[in-house]
Design a protein around this ligand. Structure first.
Ligand SMILES: O=C(O)CCC(=O)C(=O)O
Ligand SMILES: [Fe+2]
Length: 367
């Protein structure tokens, strides 16, 4: 481990108290802690946030019922039905870093009425309405989850101006990277990691998230989430009741020129008998242009923190190869087709053929 890395490295994920933002006296302390977390860790817990704990608990209570629906009820909303890549994926449908991810999941998203029309870029079809399970089979679930998503969405928007401030920018500086409110759609998955007592304990393999900010709810009391520090060690990020885990995705690392770090993370399957549940909420950025086009101007003392951080020693992660000069929507669409080739083949046959000229057998690559 180099000296510069050891000084800014982390042995645990910091917990930030959102309520410190409410008073002029404590606000600078929050911003300073946030700056450290963004630059050196790439992960933080957010406590005392404004999303209603009652509404969170309602969602948590529904999760086992959702996965316990009969297989036909889940298959009725399989993702392959949806050109928006929203819906159910069976256990073991994806691979990360060469191994099968042992999880089952539903992809949902914030409310959206599709505006796509002939002639619009194809990647606008990524946005659209969710597939919901039959209301009669799980009454109230849709309402509970929509309430939850609306609140996390609002938090994710207000938090991005706090992030800008913490990095020495105007609070509105990041808004250029988001679509206008009426076109914005964020995605969230509800994930089940069953207990595994065999040798492959990969819940999800090491990866970076792709987007801007992720707000993760750890919805059961299981360890398993791990975050890789600068020295390459895996640091546990156990559930802390009442918090979100917030982390940075590659798109945000890119627009901050590496000042804020995307950090590799993974989930180990739980042992024993009870499954681990989680809900990652992925904030998305504007789809219509390359993210590298707009420039952010950080104060020199903030940029100096990046240089002081030093280099990451080892990163174990699946990587993205397409982060270049394409509109972000195109990158997002390619990555969805790679992770769900069955959906891509059915709804985006031309792009699918470009990506897989010889067809595609087997599982998709998640990251
Ligand atoms: O389930 C978790 O705790 C994390 C999931 C995750 O990292 C992801 O889906 O990107
Ligand atoms: Fe992730």
């Amino acid at each position: 481990m180099s000296n510069s890395a050891s000084q800014s490295d982390f042995a645990s994920v910091p917990v930030l108290d959102y309520s410190l933002l409410n008073s002029a006296n404590t606000r600078p302390r929050f911003l300073q802690q946030l700056r450290h977390a963004l630059v050196n860790v790439g992960f933080l817990y957010l406590s005392n946030h404004p999303v209603s704990q009652n509404d969170i608990q309602r969602v948590i209570d529904y999760i086992p019922k959702l996965f316990d629906l009969r297989q036909e009820a889940k298959d009725a909303i399989r993702m392959v039905n949806s050109e928006h890549f929203l819906g159910y994926s069976r256990f073991g449908a994806e691979i990360t870093k060469g191994s099968v991810d042992q999880r089952e999941q539903f992809d949902f998203a914030t409310k959206y009425v599709s505006t796509w029309k002939e002639g619009d870029p194809e990647y606008y079809r990524l946005r659209g309405p969710c597939q919901w399970p039959d209301e009669k089979l799980i009454p109230g679930f849709r309402d509970a989850f929509e309430r939850y998503l609306e609140q996390v969405k609002a938090l994710s928007h207000s938090f991005s101006s706090v992030v800008a401030e913490a990095l020495g920018l105007d609070p509105e500086a990041l808004s250029q990277f988001y679509d206008p409110l009426n076109l914005r759609q964020h995605r969230a998955k509800i994930v089940k990691y069953p207990a595994i007592n065999g040798s492959n304990d990969q819940g999800v393999g090491p990866h970076y998230d792709a987007g801007f900010l992720t707000f993760l709810l750890q919805a059961s009391n299981h360890e398993g989430l791990q975050v890789q520090n600068l020295a390459g060690q895996w640091i546990n990020a156990p559930p802390i009741p009442g918090t979100f885990v917030v982390n940075i995705g590659l798109a945000f690392q890119m627009v901050t020129h590496g000042l804020a770090r995307a950090t590799s993370h993974r989930v180990l399957s739980p042992k024993g008998s009870a499954p681990r549940y989680s809900i990652p909420f992925f904030q998305t950025t504007r789809l219509d242009k390359p993210l590298g086009e707009d420039e952010l101007h950080f104060p020199p003392e903030v940029l100096a923190l990046r240089d002081a951080r030093g280099k990451v020693a080892i990163t174990e992660s699946a990587n993205f190869s397409e982060f270049a000069s394409e509109p972000f929507g195109k990158i997002a669409l390619i990555s969805r087709i790679k992770s769900h080739p069955d959906v891509g083949g059915r709804h985006y046959p031309e792009l699918f053929k470009e990506l897989f000229p010889n067809g595609h057998e087997g599982l998709g690559t998640a990251y």
